[in-house]
Design a protein around this ligand. Structure first.
Ligand code: HEC
Ligand code: HEC
Length: 311
């Protein structure tokens, strides 16, 4: 204890600036460390070089452009433009490694058959990554980001039920020419009890009711001249991809939301209401051939095909 009390501040061994604050507070006058000083000079040199090389100082309405350039292709000619991030991006998109690789893949895709694309893991990886972007930009607004669709409005593209066909070739055709399903309104053709009967029969096609006597009147309407449903949906009810007429036997519903209806009666009523209205011009899949390039359309067909339900 007493030893500690004797310790007195020793006089500084190094030079001070000569000022004293608060009586005894002094400031050392040490030289800056060498490494610090040289780093500082380095930053000054770097800054001056940078001003010289790159866009830097505002001058009047413009700025100093620097001597660095970026080579871009304009109207088929390679020209050097003063460097800036915009020209750098253009150059990378035109001649960067990624751009060249992408162009090579796109060329490969445009000349390959669908089967060759499906069999080639590299082309598939490319189709998946580019397709995701194209799908998000053009298709997701209606079909949903994963292609899951909305019952009654936009078909699900990720299941294996297809109105118009799920081969890449058929999907490609759907994309090029668009689709517009048509089913007549039966409200004026069939009376309410006939609508109920034919709905009962439709329920039996996918096992929602037992086939038996109760569905006989409906079968006659479906398979006979009064309803004529078989002409579009086939006598088996499996639908025709040439007409986009739904398969009524697969228990997958794209227009009438049957799973949402709890009781068999409610399902039958939902069907009757739909059959009375039909589908006229309000289910439009637009055609894309004037909006997307042939390669993009091919990539999208492959992408849609691999969403889950490709045939
Ligand atoms: C404006 C909304 C809308 C947009 C955008 C749209 N679709 Fe469609 N699509 C529909 C509708 C509605 C149908 C159903 C047409 C029908 O069956 O009559 C459909 C049907 C389809 C089908 C046929 C499904 C089947 O079961 O056979 C495919 C495939 C398809 N769309 C893919 C796409 C792709 C890929 C894109 C993006 C390029 C796209 N759609 C953009 C509304 C849209
Ligand atoms: C002119 C052809 C045509 C006739 C006739 C026709 N349909 Fe359709 N039907 C279609 C088409 C096309 C669709 C799918 C429309 C779409 O996706 O845009 C459809 C859809 C349906 C659906 C919805 C299926 C689902 O997945 O949600 C039911 C149910 C149906 N039809 C029942 C009938 C019944 C019952 C009759 C007879 C009374 C009938 N259809 C007559 C063409 C027809």
């Amino acid at each position: 204890m007493s030893d500690q009390n004797k310790v007195k501040p020793t006089a500084p061994a190094v030079q001070t600036t000569g000022h004293a604050w608060d009586g005894d507070l002094q400031e050392y006058n040490n030289p800056l460390p060498r490494w610090w000083l040289w780093s500082f000079y380095g930053t000054v040199v770097f800054a001056v070089l940078y001003w010289f090389m790159f866009p830097a100082w505002p001058v009047g309405d413009g700025w100093t452009r620097g001597v660095t350039t970026a080579s871009v292709i304009e109207q088929g000619q390679t020209v050097d433009r003063p460097w800036n991030t915009r020209y750098q991006l253009i150059a990378e998109m035109q001649t960067g490694d990624a751009a060249l690789r992408q162009r090579a893949y796109a060329e490969q895709i445009s000349s390959a058959s669908f089967q060759e694309i499906l069999d080639n893991p590299e082309m598939m990886a490319f189709a998946r990554s580019v397709g995701r972007g194209l799908f998000g930009d053009n298709c997701a607004a209606c079909h949903g980001s994963g292609g899951q669709g909305v019952v009654g409005l936009f078909p699900n593209l990720a299941d294996d039920a297809w109105l118009w066909g799920g081969t890449p070739e058929r999907i490609h055709e759907t994309l090029i020419q668009g689709r517009n399903g048509y089913m007549p309104a039966f409200g004026g053709v069939l009376n309410p009890s006939q609508l109920t009967d034919v709905s009962e029969y439709v329920l039996s096609l996918s096992g929602l009711t037992q086939p038996g006597e109760a569905v006989e009147p409906g079968r006659e309407i479906f398979q006979g001249p009064i309803g004529g449903c078989y002409t579009c949906h086939t006598p088996e009810g499996t639908g025709l991809q040439s007409l986009g007429s739904a398969n009524l036997t697969d228990a997958i519903w794209t227009l009438v939301d049957l799973p949402a209806e709890a009781s068999t009666e409610a399902k039958r009523d939902a069907l009757s209401a739909f059959i009375a209205k039909g589908v006229q011009g309000n289910r439009v899949m637009p055609g894309w051939s004037d909006r997307l390039s042939p390669t993009d359309l091919k990539l999208l067909a492959v992408y849609t095909h691999q969403l889950g339900g490709g045939q």
